[in-house]
Design a protein around this ligand. Sequence first.
Ligand SMILES: [Fe+2]
Length: 514
Amino acid sequence: VSGWAGKSTSISRRRFLYGAASSLAAWPVLGHAQTPDATGRRLFRHGIASGDPLTDRVMLWTRVTPGEAAAPVRVRWRIAADDRLARVVAQGAATARPDRDFTVKVDAGGLRPGATYYYAFDAAGEQSPIGRTRTLPARGASRLRLAVVSCSDFEKGYFNAYRNIAARQDLDAVLFLGDYVYEYGINTPGIERVAGREPSPAHECVSLDDYRLRYASHHLDPDLTALHATHPCIAIWDDHESANDAWRDGAQGHDAEQGQWAARQAAARRAMDEWLPVRQSPRMYRRFAFGGLADVMVLDGRSYRDRQVLPTDDALANPRRSMLGTEQEAWLYESLRQSSRAGTSWRLIGQQVLFAPFVPQVGSALEVDNWEGYPAARSRFFDCLEQDRIADVAVLTGDIHSSWALDLPRTPLAGYDAATGRGSLAVELVTPAVTSTPFMARRGMRERAKTFSTVSPHMRWMDGDRHGYMTLDITRERLLADWYHVRTVTERTADERKAASFACERGSMRIRPV
Ligand SMILES: [Fe+2]
């Protein structure tokens, strides 16, 4: 197909692409048998990862496949300034234990800001692949590049987007905005599976062991593993890490016969804490400071939100209606104010669901799960930006399996001028799904999208058909967003093309095509 360029992988990069060349024909069966996988590894077959970078530390992660006795395994770790691990700057030991599903997480400190590091684990005479990671820059940073991803349903296809992100040399970190795993069983009606993409367990994930197995399936995927071995990640969850349309006290996808919601949610959260390199904390929302250039706030829109309601429900107009919960909302506004007062150039908000306001007849087409279903909470956010004159804010969104660039006025048809951007208070950038079913594939959506684009002048661009990822290239003067779409997810390929390029000049609060 013309226009689809495959990414080439240099020889020097290959050593970080753990398992990338291995056969996909047979997925190793999970369990306790330490038989070597296709790469010859017994212990470290789920790869390595790094995440939650700060200026002086980063989380390092691996998982050890235990022996038959499921006994704890002593693991050593090293982080070095060079890719042969000769100039070690920190090292230590940890124990992989059954109560953490044999995952190992280390908060490796004593690092320099804005620096690239390499790390590995070893146990019982076997060394893990070598991973690369990067710390956050100190004050005075002039450039930042991020990839942004969401929605990687294993059975819907190959992680070609992850593969291409892994092959990039130019990223500081990768933001995962949620739906990293899906809870569905493999025979869920209406869900089509791509041949060869069968995750464990076969049934719907409900228990801790279920969620653990689902993450383990993902961490055997060579493209996901390659991404983790190459870039530090910052991950938050959406609904499918627990159950569809999750809210504070339940989920559309949770039935009473599946047990207590709180127990299921806690199991889902625990599996995520075990299997991803997130710095453990009771609250998932947190902030990353990229050297005065950008502050990145990542939100938890699932643990505290009020229940979703139909557009006709009176509760929709409740002024106390909340997406983030009182505490997180106050934390967000204070973070925005602090960031602005400190003179940081940009404020990025990594969150889950579509934020932009639409006219009412469109909102109902866009589901009750996004911010359209929480209008009072969205108004309070706009109040904060206006009252405290907080500029240069970009909302980063996943969840909706499509690519969008939007201005963020309070209302799209009043007090907003698309030609000049006047009335827009921020911008929203939406990353497409890595593999999950595209937005336009939903029944009737293409027709509805035609209608709502005519009454949505703040919607500057939308593609609802393609899979891929988004990158952000940030300088003091402008934020550049590029969308990369992959040719297909039904086969494993590096073919991709740049689908769109939009920029926001600092001080403009609007997004424009480049
Ligand atoms: Fe999703």
